[in-house]
Design a protein around this ligand. Sequence first.
Ligand code: CMC
Length: 433
Amino acid sequence: MNRTQCEFATLTIGKKTLKFPIVKGTAGPDVIDIRSLYRDGRVFTYDPGYTSTAACDSHITFIDGEGGKLLYRGYPIEQLAKASHFLEVCYLLLYGDLPNRDELDDFETRVTRHTMVHEQMHNLYRGFRRDAHPMAVVCGVVGALSAFYHDSTDVNDPEQREIASIRMIAKIPTIAAMAYKYSIGQPFVYPRNDHDYASNFLQMCFSVPAEPYQVNPVLSRAMDRIFLLHADHEQNASTSTVRLAGSSAANPFACIAAGIACLWGPAHGGANQACLETLKEIGTVDRIPEYIRRARDRSDPFRLMGFGHRVYKNFDPRAQVIKESADEVLDYLGTGDNEILRIAKELERIALQDDYFVKKKLYPNVDFYSGIILEALGFPTAMFTPIFALSRTVGWIAQWKEMLADPVQKIGRPRQRYLGETQRDYVRIADRR
Ligand code: CMC
């Protein structure tokens, strides 16, 4: 921790008064450094869900949840979505600054040279059931990369860390596309290194060997924007999972597989699939009030997917950008009067005025519109979360590398408040009632 120390927080426990430095970041709330709390006070803090806990220092992504602001390495997401593209943003997240022309060319070459997967991995896919969820397949295959690329699993070697990082960014579109092709019984399509990152992914998903395939630039731009908007999001559940897995010096492929597993949940990355399914279930605009009623009802576990966020208590800035993309794509495809989009817009309008949503600051998040675009691009709902995983891989890697380079990094080991039985003696089975 090299932040400027400004003042101290004091805590009185019984007769003891403890002092903790309050340290500042470059933006965001100050942080009370409580590392000496247990040593000096013999108590733990209790913070399920880490709502008040900063678990690390980071230089990568900043979110101002009240202001609805998201910065990658200081650059607003809206500017990057408008003027940059995914691979440039990957460079920015990984290395801290925007690349010059040579740096970008070199980075793009390095990534495109690693897009193929080991041919033996085709057999790995064939071990899965065809009806497996592609997220299960992607999680398994990414974990299995460590069985194929032994020369990049030593986390103490910076060169191996770099190769593993490039490999994962390069291969994850191939892995996700193969999961899709396998699920529909079509042959795997090899990557094309003369295509940009997003176009290559689209051609691996939608082309077939039997006929030529032209990538549509409007759709490829929308795909790239989805990748870019999901590329990183500071210490969310899956990123924290990657950091925690990495803190034990687990190999990079295993760490990213752990992140993918965590992302799958419907409260996190799985929300994009759940959101589109809900929009379809609503079916017509006149049924929206019924679903708003259910979301408001505390006795009903139903939640309106695509609304609410732990950090954003204002519009998710990614949702604003993605909404424009949804309009562009549907207009281009001539499906601008799409019923699902109409339901989504009306639902958003009603929710933004509804006192329950207003009071709880539940705004549309990134997942609210992404599913509409992905469906328009031709993806089945089961592919939505693998596409989120593909996009987030670079963020996980940037955070994992940052963690390993941090001198204060330790194995993650939370403590607990124990509420179980206190010590008791074993009773033989014959003597138990
Ligand atoms: N619909 C209805 N009520 C909601 C919703 C929702 N989508 N989200 C939160 N609430 C209510 C919740 O019931 C609670 O009410 P009360 O105070 O009366 O108990 C209050 O708002 C606070 O909710 P919370 O669950 O304590 O808040 P959280 O910060 O733990 O959860 C969240 C954040 C994203 C898990 C939650 O808002 C949610 O489940 N949303 C739907 C799933 C979703 O869209 N997830 C994608 C998040 S963005 C992409 C990503 O990061 O993966």
